[in-house]
Design a protein around this ligand. Structure first.
Ligand SMILES: *[C@@H]1O[C@H](CO)[C@@H](O)[C@H](O)[C@H]1NC(C)=O
Ligand SMILES: *[C@@H]1O[C@H](CO)[C@@H](O)[C@H](O)[C@H]1NC(C)=O
Ligand SMILES: CC(=O)N[C@H]1CO[C@H](CO)[C@@H](O)[C@@H]1O
Length: 343
């Protein structure tokens, strides 16, 4: 267990592929076209810096009854609180503050699906908490069926759903073992019928076969079966399959421990993980309503935002992959909201 967590930490790069697609004209207009993916309107929401703001956090974890233990760093005994008080400040333009009530009114009747691994869980949980605290008197339901978790606010007929899926492309159990099929995406059938899809994949691609219970033993590329291959190449291929199939996409990453302050700069000294370039190159080739929520850099700057020893598993865990809530994923959702409401 300990060993697994360690490798998890050293592979802390993650690409949060966020893409939105929708059946409705209103949403497609909001989301725009392919050349839109790096910038929204004239404002690039993804460049800026973190500034101290005493009006943050925008909610207290105690007011979100369904927050998960692994993200509730304050409850888990994290002694410092400064990390809660940062706001993402964009260059040259104003980023709208997240307004849960406005979100619920605009997207009344919509079904929103997050697809991905545990960072999707982190973002999904953040969004459901942010929506709940904006209408605390409104009844909600939360149910889990297999890999699907659904948060519903009946009054607004809105569902925010999480589908746990590490690779997007298919992972199939065969006689020889679990095969990751770079060319196959039957998974995608389950994504139909949603109004908005938000994808996130990457860090599972870095794990080797036996380390993870839900990982692969072989990778299949066309007719060829590989015991292993260059992960970035595999990632690109899987992503291309996904981009040919349905709708999606964005990015995000990290490393931590005893970090209580963000980096003050607006760029990350070590640059972006190579997966980001892969995502951008795949995205360039696609033409539907996909927006990249390019949150990699802004998250890399927040080395203070991880649970470290105040997450799942406590001192033995040292989680440098996920994020405390309230925290950085709230900003991803603020950016999602800003992207959706900006013409
Ligand atoms: C959250 O609320 C609890 C209980 O009201 C309070 O003790 C705690 O200080 C609050 N945390 C923050 C960060 O404001
Ligand atoms: C919320 O649920 C409770 C218990 O099921 C019910 O009594 C109440 O009327 C509901 N409130 C609203 C606003 O629907
Ligand atoms: C899987 C998926 O939706 N891929 C989409 C990615 O975006 C490209 C461009 O929008 C679409 O063509 C794909 O359908």
């Amino acid at each position: 267990m300990k060993h697994w967590i360690k490798s998890f930490c050293s592979f802390a790069f993650v690409v949060l592929l966020v893409s939105c697609h929708s059946k409705t004209e209103q949403l497609s207009m909001l989301i725009g076209h392919e050349d839109h993916y790096l910038q929204t309107g004239s404002c690039d929401f993804f460049r800026g810096r973190w500034v101290h703001d005493d009006s943050y956090p925008s909610y207290n974890s105690t007011s979100c009854p369904f927050i998960m233990k692994e993200f509730d760093c304050q409850k888990n005994g994290r002694p410092d609180t400064d990390y809660l008080k940062y706001r993402w400040k964009t260059r040259r333009c104003k980023l709208p503050r997240f307004n849960g009530l406005d979100f619920l009114r605009r997207f009344k009747g919509k079904r929103i699906l997050f697809v991905g691994e545990s960072l999707s869980l982190n973002q999904w949980k953040s969004l459901t908490c942010m929506l709940h605290v904006s209408v605390p008197q409104t009844n909600y339901t939360l149910e889990r069926k297999g890999a699907l978790s659904t948060f519903t606010l009946q009054e607004y007929r809105i569902s925010v759903v999480l589908s746990r899926n590490g690779f997007l492309v298919d992972l199939v159990k065969e006689k020889m073992g679990a095969v990751l099929k770079l060319d196959s995406i039957n998974n995608g059938n389950a994504w139909r019928g949603y109004d908005m899809l938000i994808f996130n994949t990457w860090h599972w691609w870095l794990h080797t076969g036996r380390k993870q219970p839900c990982s692969w033993d072989y990778i299949q590329q066309g007719d060829r079966i590989h015991k292993d291959m260059d992960r970035l190449v595999a990632f690109k291929e899987g992503l291309t399959t996904w981009s040919n199939g349905k709708d999606w996409n964005s990015s995000k990453s990290t490393t931590c421990h005893e970090e209580t302050k963000p980096l003050r700069s607006s760029t990350y000294p070590k640059g972006s993980p190579p997966a980001v370039a892969v995502v951008k190159s795949v995205l360039k080739k696609i033409s539907t309503h996909v927006t990249l929520l390019d949150v990699t850099t802004l998250s890399q700057l927040r080395k203070d935002g991880h649970p470290s020893i105040y997450g799942f598993g406590g001192k033995r865990g040292n989680d440098c992959s996920h994020w405390c809530l309230p925290g950085v994923p709230d900003t991803w959702n603020q950016l999602l909201y800003a992207t959706l409401i900006t013409p």
